[in-house]
Design a protein around this ligand. Structure first.
Ligand code: DX5
Ligand code: ZN
Length: 219
């Protein structure tokens, strides 16, 4: 049984002081930092890119769990690896050749993740599950923090967990979008072992990050 990890999304952080916000996450007990990269093309929002990640890299020793919501993604993988990403997660719809993109991330000695939008079926990635370190299940349509959790994706997590067991694979199952104190337990019970959370970690309990992370973990 894998330990439950919390990967707070800096999308909900104060963008005028991202360096100190990342320090607050580390002090608050985050297991890694979820960095939402958006290009205004793959998703209808635009956030940060390699220069900002490079600038933040020395602010924390925590792993940067970089979620690339960009398309095309293949030609930018080097830039995110060089900027300091530790985990690089891509969407299958954003690359012409998923196998090549997975290979490229591994050649750069980074952990590789693939992300499924709520409407994307596991079939799209089933032939790659033995090649990835992480599967990121979106429980919102990507693009914005603070959206409502979509419980229907829990079935997908359960199906993924079963495949993982049947094939004796060891990838992490990360869930991302609308995670809060009321639904984190059912997400874990379904099989997720990494919880992404932006709004709940940064905004609940008057922004008491340590308390919010502990509450998510303790459910
Ligand atoms: C949405 C991002 C999520 C989001 C999570 O496209 O991928 O990581 O920021 O934020 P909350 O926890 O506020 O839904
Ligand atoms: Zn994300």
């Amino acid at each position: 049984m894998k330990n439950i990890q919390i990967s707070p999304s800096i999308l909900s952080a104060d963008f005028s002081k991202l360096g100190s916000e990342i320090k607050r996450l580390e002090e608050g007990g985050a297991d890694m930092i979820h960095v939402d990269v958006m290009d205004g093309h793959f998703v209808p929002n635009l956030t940060i890119g390699p220069p900002v990640i490079k600038a933040l890299r020395n602010q924390s020793s925590l792993k940067f769990d970089v979620h690339l919501m960009i398309s095309p993604v293949h030609k930018y993988i080097d830039a995110y690896a060089n900027a300091g990403a530790d985990i690089i997660t891509i969407h299958p719809e954003a690359t012409e050749n998923l196998e090549d993109s997975i290979k490229k991330i591994k050649e750069l000695n980074k952990k590789v993740g693939v992300s499924l939008n709520p409407e994307t079926k596991i079939d799209v990635i089933k032939n790659f599950l033995d090649k990835v370190d992480l599967v990121l299940i979106m429980s919102v349509n990507p693009g914005f923090g603070g959206q409502k959790f979509m419980p229907e994706v829990l079935t997908k997590i359960k199906d993924l967990k079963k495949i993982q067991k049947d094939k004796n694979l060891n990838f992490d199952i990360e869930i991302d979008g609308g995670i809060n104190f009321d639904n984190c337990k059912i997400a874990i019970e379904a099989g997720a072992n990494i919880l992404v959370s932006g709004t709940t970690v940064f905004k609940s309990n008057n922004g008491d990050i340590k308390k919010n992370i502990n509450l998510l973990k303790s459910k």
